[in-house]
Design a protein around this ligand. Sequence first.
Ligand SMILES: [Zn+2]
Length: 311
Amino acid sequence: MNYSLFDLHCDTAYRMLTEHQPFAANDFAVSAEKAKDIETYVQVMALWIDHRASDAEGWSLFWRMLENLRRDPSLSDGTAAIAEDLPSANAKITMLLALEDARILENDLSRVDLLAKAGIRILTPMWRGETCMGGAHDTQSGLTDFGRLAMRRAMTLGMIPDISHASRRSAEDIFSLAAESGSPVIASHSNAYSICPVTRNLLDREVAMILSSGGVIGLNFYVGFLKENGKATAADLFPHIEHFLSLGAERALCLGGDMDGCDLPCDLQGIDALPNLAESMLSHNYPETLVRAILFDNAYTFAKRHLFQKA
Ligand SMILES: [Zn+2]
């Protein structure tokens, strides 16, 4: 069976820059070569700001990462395209851009506009700790005053807020601001807290808020977010999937594998393993429509409404 794939989060752009390998073919989990059997492939490329970089260094790292991605041979030869509109028939792979860790705004609101101009469509405001944006998942703090202004501005410019990595309080703040702006809220790469109780996973009430906002949830493949002891295989996604489905997420559940940013299950080491995941979902008695919804259709429906910018 042929599959299409829409993945909401990978950190490949960071590895492309720091390990000097192109998107076309590399040692990573995500590449054009590994996508060759995928029918239609849309990948959100998160520009992850290395926590070892200061906020100021992170701002320049962001631009270097973006330039390196834009110069990639897969974009110049037409294999891939950064989405300005719906996936084109010409480019086999469509990329969407996200920023992971908006501390690089450094209290400067005008930088939000620069991110929008650069094509950033999803904003993950924090990664860890307390920053100019507010508290991440490992803190008790909510958004700062600047964090509120920045998120409000980002939503006005059409960027979608992502609560993966947010503290519970920051997530609450983001839900309120998004409700005022009429924007959906997503969790691009988080699992279910009631299955694996780590701070990066979603509480049931957060899932309900995402669903009522019209947002989507990307299942994270990181072994430590699948199972508390970290000894996880691809089959450990099933309890998370079933929990999300029990909360009514059948039209919102997607993949956000966190590939090239974490330790992956031994049977899910790259995007070329996704057909196996699909087969294993089918043999788990998931209807084919549900498998296709999780792998592609749900994210694609969301993206058509909220992520692809009209040309
Ligand atoms: Zn992340």
